[in-house]
Write a protein that binds this ligand. Structure first.
Ligand code: SF4
Ligand code: SF4
Length: 472
């Protein structure tokens, strides 16, 4: 029985409710009056429930779809402005006891080299990332109780936060590790992580169990209720995501929003971010094995629908997607992207080594961070290395309140300029620097208040003279 507040996965992601939603959406895909009504409510910028958003996703009327895209673009600018936050994944270990059939790190894959970074290797990877200009990382590790216990992850976090190399610093560490206990989530919180991210992979229970035949991840409820335990452990910023391509996308979309509604109803805080990965080729994995791949147009529509359904939730697209696809979806509501990612263990220190046999998935966008930063500016975005909220205690409901009232933009926009300026001073190529300085001058004029603009100018000047780490 569907119950949005229930602590039980089978009740807050009730299969019958998801199926009924998909059916309802299909039946109303050409219902112009209903679509207009939903779009009008979405324009109030308070979000949509999973049923209404699913109707938009199913919409078969081209002019309504166009209206959806226009609205997604406006909402994206209203809530996030034109900044795009940058991050990089850092793979710590590919030892894993699970059996996810879409991931080359699955326990039975004997082709790949298994590797776990020592603390010295973590430090070398982090210095390589700092030397590119990264300030925000997402830690990734397989599930392995003896090779990658929580103590190892905590030690890595301490190492990462402790490294200062030239002007480099990792200021925010997000963590993407297997579902765990309330006690271990509390330890992650104490270690100062930003967001805890866990992809659901698929919300369809039967498929989930088939795709994860053995290992602790086989337990659908344990995995799906992980965010509840994370919240109980004191982590108030959590990141959801499904791996599009494993199951029917309409099912995943409705269930993903039901998960967001559950967190909001049960804990008063919706997800901090939603990631939208699509299944990719990798060693031992052929995406054609899965029947539910989605084309680029459907992918764009999913992004637009998420944006209007949960305007206050950040949306992340990774280097799994090509430059062309990223260009298409960025204006539709993406707020964070990865850049210059390596998806193998130790891949930043030895970037010239081919990754194909040890990476978790093939990277489609292989450009350097400098190229990505320049490209973002050429597309009219401000690349941002901001990590301010977490460091200022703006997390969980405090963050959501600022985001829902759209005041967060007063921080995001100037912080984007400050951190871009740091990047230009310390890491940029001459061409990127020239473009970046012009971008900052132009964007400074768009800061509405004289006081904030004046302070931003002062901080920018001090950054140019060697000081670092200012924030609003
Ligand atoms: Fe292990 Fe994660 Fe890969 Fe599954 S997806 S095999 S849990 S590393
Ligand atoms: Fe993110 Fe907060 Fe920085 Fe905005 S001000 S970019 S929400 S950390």
């Amino acid at each position: 029985m569907y119950d949005v507040r229930s602590p039980r996965a089978e009740e807050f992601i009730d299969h019958a409710e998801v199926m009924a939603t998909v059916q309802y959406a299909r039946e109303h895909a050409r219902d112009a009056a209903l679509l207009d009504d939903i779009l009008a409510r979405a324009a109030e910028r308070k979000g949509l429930n999973h049923r209404d958003a699913s109707v938009l996703l199913a919409c078969e009327l081209p002019e309504k779809t166009e209206a959806l895209y226009r609205l997604a673009q406006r909402i994206k600018l209203d809530f996030y402005g034109n900044r795009i936050v940058m991050f990089a994944p850092l793979y710590l270990s590919n030892h894993c006891i699970n059996s996810c059939v879409y991931c080359p790190y699955h326990a039975k894959n004997r082709h790949i080299v298994r590797k776990k970074l020592t603390q010295e290797e973590v430090a070398r990877e982090v210095i390589a990332l700092q030397d590119m200009g990264h300030k925000r990382l997402a830690l990734e590790a397989g599930e392995h109780p003896t090779m990658n216990p929580i103590e190892y992850i905590l030690e890595c976090i301490e190492t990462i936060y402790g490294i200062r190399h030239r002007n480099g610093a990792i200021r925010r560490v997000n963590v993407n590790i297997a579902a765990t206990t309330v006690e271990e989530y509390a330890l992650l919180r104490k270690a100062g992580i930003g967001t805890y991210i866990l992809f659901q992979e698929t919300y369809h229970r039967q498929s989930y169990e088939k795709l994860h035949p053995v290992g602790p991840k086989h337990d659908y409820a344990w995995h799906t209720e992980a965010m509840d335990r994370a919240m109980q452990g004191g982590i108030d910023d959590v990141g959801l995501g499904v791996l599009f391509g494993l199951e029917g996308y309409r099912y995943e979309f409705a269930a993903l929003l039901m998960h967001a509604e559950h967190l909001e109803a049960a804990y008063g805080v919706g997800p901090h971010t939603i990631s939208v990965p699509r299944i990719k080729r990798a060693d031992d994995i052929d995406p054609d094995m899965f029947d539910n791949g989605i084309d680029d147009a459907t992918f764009a529509r999913i992004c637009a629908c998420i944006r209007v359904a949960v305007p206050y939730t950040g949306m992340i697209v990774s280097t799994r997607e090509s430059q062309a696809v990223r260009e298409m979806v960025l204006p539709l509501g993406i707020s964070q992207i990865s850049g210059a990612s390596r998806t193998s263990v130790g891949g930043y220190v030895a970037p010239e080594e081919p990754e194909e046999n040890s990476s978790q998935f093939d990277v489609s966008d292989r450009r350097s961070l400098d190229e990505v930063v320049r490209w973002l500016m050429e597309q009219g975005h401000i690349p941002s290395f901001c990590t301010a909220c977490y460091r200022e205690g703006r997390t969980g409901d405090r963050f959501m309140a600022l985001c829902k009232s759209r005041q967060i933009l007063n921080c995001c926009h100037p912080n984007a300029l400050l951190t871009l300026r740091e990047y230009l001073e310390d890491y940029a190529s001459p061409a990127t620097r020239t473009l970046g300085l012009a971008c900052i001058e132009r964007e400074l004029e768009r800061i509405p208040g004289d006081k904030v603009r004046g302070r931003a100018r002062e901080y920018l000047d001090r950054i140019a003279h060697g000081e670092r780490d200012f924030r609003f």
